[in-house]
Unconditional design. Sequence first.
Lengths: 203, 79
Amino acid sequence: MNPHIDQALEILKSGDPQAFEQALETLQSAVYSFGMKFCGNREDAEDTAQETLLRLARQLKDFPDARALAVWLYKVAKTQCLMSRRKSKFAPAQMLSLDALMPHPEATGHTGVQSWEITPEEIVLQQEIRDKLEKAVLALPKHYRLVLILRDMEQLDTREVAEVMGISEKTTKMRLHRARVYVRNALAKYLHRAPASTEASRG
Amino acid sequence: MADRRCKHLFAALSKYLDGELRAKDCRLLEEHLKGCKPCVAYLESLKTTVQACQKYRVSNPPRPSKEVRAALLAALRKR
């Protein structure tokens, strides 16, 4: 679970006015970031943060612990994102077939794994790789995208993701694997010709 | 990564990375990996992808609106 949400709830419960701004900004950042990753544009991410936090204000007393708050926040944010006005221009609505995602040497002439030379440290430093990652995530069908964002980017555990999504843990794991393979394949193609670039981040 | 054994194990790679694979399946997968370089390379690339996702950050989130701040402050005062 996102440790910042835990901290924010403790601050809100303490009623410390000095720390209120910090808690508020933590929650705003968490929900806005989730919205950016899912929707891919600032307007929808801002709407998601605004609507989710206004609902939180109405239900603040109902949360026994940070886990319950995190699951609730992501559930509401997910619903807001799915209602967003600006649909992703990348995302198809179909299912992902594992068989179609698996590399086939006979079709490509290679295994699709030999040119993966970039390290985990390098991958987050290159703006072009960031852009490709963002596009790959946005190109995922929405229910796969949500699972990948919640599990790998927001770092909820499988049970929490299943709860947010309203699906079984088995389905969560299946969608997560297919989403990861899809993104991996999208990045692998790019890495065949990706030049090194300078660090930058998305605003 | 084309034989039938690879296809079967391919579906289990994420569970393996997440430590969610049953002990018996884990042993089978690790046995296979000892003799299958394409599967090892694919597993590494999948791991790198997951790590890239984990390290991805959205920068410069906007400050909360006045409306949100006022609503949350009011909610806290009622508690």
